[in-house]
Design a protein around this ligand. Structure first.
Ligand SMILES: [Zn+2]
Length: 158
């Protein structure tokens, strides 16, 4: 049997296949009961109603079974709510390389948020516009660059 944490951390996000659920900050905890060997995984969904969560739960069970941990439970916790701040530095770099713009960190309470331009991941131009609230998946919005006219996905910030 291999380390259950390592097996679960390697599960990739089914919608954004370049990053793992660990890098996205979805994975909260992996606990193994020393007596029974039962593994309990705790995850927090990125967005309410994100259909990918069912796929993620199934992928986690499959990864644990492949690592020799057939007895596993996946718990979903909604508090504290996932925020884009939980995306790791490595995850942000991979998203940027894939043309997905990671949202800016959510400002602290009491700070009036400025509407920042979303930069084009292809040419870096801030001359971009949102084309559709829903991009290739329910969790991403589709944007288009006015400079190079390339479309790109932008993760919705909470
Ligand atoms: Zn561009």
């Amino acid at each position: 049997m291999s380390d259950p944490r390592a097996a679960v951390a390697a599960v990739v996000d089914p919608e954004i296949r370049v990053v793992t659920i660990d890098e996205l900050g979805i994975l909260r905890a992996v606990e193994e009961d020393p007596a029974s060997g039962r593994v309990t995984v705790t995850i927090t969904p990125t967005y309410t109603g994100c259909p990918a969560m069912d796929v993620i739960r199934a992928d986690i069970r499959r990864a644990l079974a492949a690592a020799g941990h057939g007895d596993a439970e996946v718990r979903t916790v909604y508090s504290p709510a996932w925020s884009t701040d939980w995306i790791s530095e490595g995850g942000r770099a991979k998203l940027a390389a894939a043309g997905i713009v990671p949202p800016a960190p959510v400002p602290a309470a009491g700070v009036v948020p400025l509407t920042l331009a979303v930069r084009c991941p292809h040419c870096g131009s801030p001359e971009t516009e949102q084309v559709s609230r829903f991009g290739s998946t329910a969790c991403k919005a589709l944007w288009r660059c006015r400079s190079c006219s390339d479309p790109f996905d932008h993760l919705k910030a909470l």
